[in-house]
Design a binder for this molecule. Structure first.
Ligand SMILES: [Zn+2]
Length: 350
């Protein structure tokens, strides 16, 4: 609700200008005026009503992404006609964005398909695994032939992107684990890191890279279990830790460090641990539709981050629960952990 303010003498010129703008142009314009401090970091803006009798303050959320270069006037791509309502700048930003996708399985593939259709053309795909028959219940466009021919998952997702953009896209595939040093350098060079794997260790490394190189990180996951009474519980979770620390996947308990340590252990120990029931392993239940809710929401979150209509400065952690059909939003204020070993503000030698 707008509070009516009395226009004082200092505001009279702006008040008249606001009225002039809204009454002299066919498209009703409104005046937004503001000031910056000396460092150009803090600002205050206000938007005037059409009669110039009142104003309200407005906040601009800065986008986390800057357009790297201007290509001059390019003809608008007809492919994006139905989303041009979001603006040419938005579309151009997506076209310039390099996205590192760690995990090209059931969630990663749906995510790539959707963010690709939205306009992202530059990809780095990281996953050591190959397409298997057990994946075919949830990977769009994946075939039995791909499984028989032991396609790498990164090559399968590359094909999804190349079907959208036969030309004008760049997709680099790295069929290794994220532990690989060269792979980590490639990931650090991307504008945005997405981690959609089913293990804690890779999420931990992705988070460490994001903190070290100040890259935005989006973490996706789903979980299904069956309760004692036979009722299934299904969750999907989208987490965006704040860019420069404050809380992270580790101190926010989004990943389990003990499991991460077990996952990085040699194979023999891993086998022992899995016999003792410490690792859930590859038999975790997963379905296409739940993965899709997760991937779709994450793509929406990224659209909000790029456009600036979603403020993720404090981070974001959303959990969807089915069949209750409930979204839970973690109060990120409670996640803040100043003495976290990984993201804490106190400098320490890692
Ligand atoms: Zn932390």
């Amino acid at each position: 609700m707008l509070k009516v303010r009395r226009i004082n003498n200092g505001d009279r010129a702006e008040s008249e200008y606001a009225r002039f703008l809204s009454s002299n142009f066919s498209r009703k314009s409104r005046l937004i005026s503001g000031v910056f401090d000396e460092s150009m970091e803090k600002s205050e803006f206000r938007i005037w009503n059409k009669r110039g009798s009142n104003f309200d303050s407005v906040n601009f959320y800065p986008s986390w992404f800057e357009i790297k270069k201007q290509h001059g006037a390019q003809p608008a791509d007809l492919m994006f006609a139905r989303q041009k309502v979001f603006g040419e700048v938005f579309q151009r930003q997506l076209g310039e964005l390099t996205v590192a996708l760690i995990g090209c399985g059931g969630i990663g593939a749906v995510f790539a398909e959707q963010l690709g259709r939205l306009g992202v053309k530059k990809w780095l795909l990281v996953d050591p695994d190959r397409v298997e028959i057990v994946n075919l219940n949830r990977m769009p466009g994946a075939t039995r032939q791909m499984a028989d021919n032991r396609w790498h998952k990164v090559e399968y997702v590359k094909q999804l992107i190349k079907k959208i953009y036969p030309t004008g896209s760049s997709v680099k595939t790295i069929p290794t684990a994220i532990e690989n040093q060269t792979t980590q350098q490639e990931i650090a060079a991307a504008d945005l890191i997405i981690v959609a794997t089913d293990n804690h260790r890779s999420r931990q490394i992705a988070q460490e890279l994001a903190l070290q190189y100040m890259r935005p990180l989006v973490c996706l996951g789903t979980h299904i279990d069956i309760q004692a009474d036979g009722m299934p519980r299904m969750y999907c979770r989208i987490t965006v830790p704040p860019l420069g620390g404050g809380w992270c996947l580790m101190c926010g308990n989004i990943i389990n460090l003990q499991k991460a340590a077990l996952e990085s252990a040699p194979v023999e120990i891993e086998n022992l641990a899995s016999q003792a029931g410490y690792l859930e392993g590859i038999n975790d239940p997963a379905v296409f539709w739940l993965n899709s809710i997760c991937a779709s929401t994450a793509v929406g979150v990224i659209q909000g981050m790029v456009s600036g209509f979603l403020n993720v400065e404090e981070g974001l952690d959303w959990i969807y629960q089915f069949p209750e059909s409930q979204w839970y939003k973690t109060n990120t204020g409670y996640l803040s952990t100043p003495d976290c070993y990984f993201c804490g503000s106190e400098e320490c030698d890692l």
